[in-house]
Design a protein around this ligand. Structure first.
Ligand code: FAD
Length: 335
């Protein structure tokens, strides 16, 4: 616990958290980002990496993933430490060697100490939306996947992909040169939400025998000895069941988010899902704890990337001034 005290713990690695890391580092402060997902980029990377964004200053048109990659390059240039896969659970004030510190503990059992905290938690911790199959998480690491990280993992595998959005269609197409064909695509509705061109391509591959499209179908059960070997799929309009051989069950059903434990930290809230801040400083009702981005609320707040980045600058500059007992003053970055 003595080690690793930083100036600021930043809770959430979305565009706002990355901007906060930049501004803390730019003011020679030290920062550590704690993020519940295994990836950085917040909502942008999790929900629309392949869509274009048009309203971020300086970028007339930029892919979501490209934008957050650039935010990471900029935000992490001063060496902020990033802890992925850790969901913040509790926040306590402690005294250590005469210093007043904030101790953030994660669901994974780690405690991170800092002099101040900036909460940039968006809509709260993201987690993948799960299949309605009892104890389905027991198959994680044994054939169940919530994301496709490396295509090579699926080499010659019999893949069942579940979902009706862009990710499900993209990977049905994207794994054509890797997985054993046909790839089975399961969606609970007849109509897909994905790009029409992707759906048309999947239909074309179905004709060629490279994809099997099952709609309206739902996965009801998973079987296997140690690893997934098959899944039971129901055709929901006549309740008939089919057992399909499967090595990799890839469920791409989007993400759900919840403010979770943060709502119990005693912070004054704005409505049900936002933390009340003073927009002039981004400070919350707890001294030393700041919030910015989608998670931070006040009358008239607009939840946009640009607004979150602006609040990150306000929060970081106020944190630095608070820690050093200085007047709040920005520092230009030009050299
Ligand atoms: C489909 C879609 C399209 C959009 N298009 C635009 C657009 O064109 N222009 C625009 O300006 N905005 C757009 N937005 C909104 C924009 O994405 C958000 O305003 C922006 O992502 C907010 O950034 P953030 O960093 O504040 O929060 P987020 O991006 O939500 O990041 C918060 C991060 O904090 C993490 N976190 C939360 N709780 C915890 C916890 N307890 N422990 C650890 N980690 C935690 C989350 O996992 C997440 O990664 C769009 C949003 C959606 C859904």
């Amino acid at each position: 616990m003595d080690n690793g005290v930083v100036d600021v713990t930043i809770l959430g690695a979305g565009p706002t958290g990355l901007a906060a890391a930049y501004y803390v580092g730019h003011r020679d402060g030290t920062a550590r980002i704690v993020e519940s997902l295994e990836q950085i980029g917040g909502q942008v990377a999790a929900t629309y990496p392949e869509k274009h964004v048009y309203d971020v200053a300086g970028y007339p048109k930029v892919l979501g993933q490209t934008l957050v990659d650039l935010c990471a390059e900029q935000g992490l240039q001063y060496g902020a430490e990033v802890r992925l896969g850790e969901e913040a659970q509790t926040l306590e004030r402690i005294s250590q060697n005469g210093d007043e510190l904030l101790a953030l503990t994660t669901a994974q059992g780690n405690t991170y100490l800092s002099r101040a905290v900036i909460i940039t938690a968006g809509h709260g911790a993201f987690e993948p939306r799960r299949l309605g199959v009892e104890n389905v998480d027991e198959w994680l690491g044994r054939g169940l996947h919530y994301v496709v990280r490396e295509k090579a993992q699926f080499k010659d595998k019999r893949c069942v992909i579940v979902g009706g959005g862009d990710s499900a269609l993209d990977w049905t197409l994207g794994l054509q040169d890797t997985a054993r064909l046909p790839i089975v695509l399961v969606h609970r509705r007849d109509k897909f939400r994905a790009l029409e061109s992707s759906v048309n391509e999947a239909r074309r591959l179905e004709q060629a025998g490279a994809v099997r499209i099952l709609t309206p179908h739902e996965v009801r059960d998973v079987q296997g000895d140690g690893r997934i070997e098959s899944v039971t799929i129901e055709k929901t309009d006549d309740s008939s069941l089919e057992q399909v051989e499967c090595d990799a069950l890839i469920t791409l059903l989007g993400f759900v988010s919840h403010l979770g434990a943060i709502a119990d930290w005693g912070l004054e809230l704005h409505g049900k899902r936002q933390i009340l801040i003073d927009p002039k400083t981004c400070e919350t009702s707890i001294p030393g704890v700041y919030a910015a981005g989608d998670v931070a609320g006040y009358e008239g707040k607009i939840t946009l990337i640009t607004v979150g980045m602006g609040e990150a600058a306000i929060a970081a500059n106020n944190v630095i001034a608070h820690l050093r007992g200085e007047k709040v003053q920005p520092k230009y970055s030009t050299d």
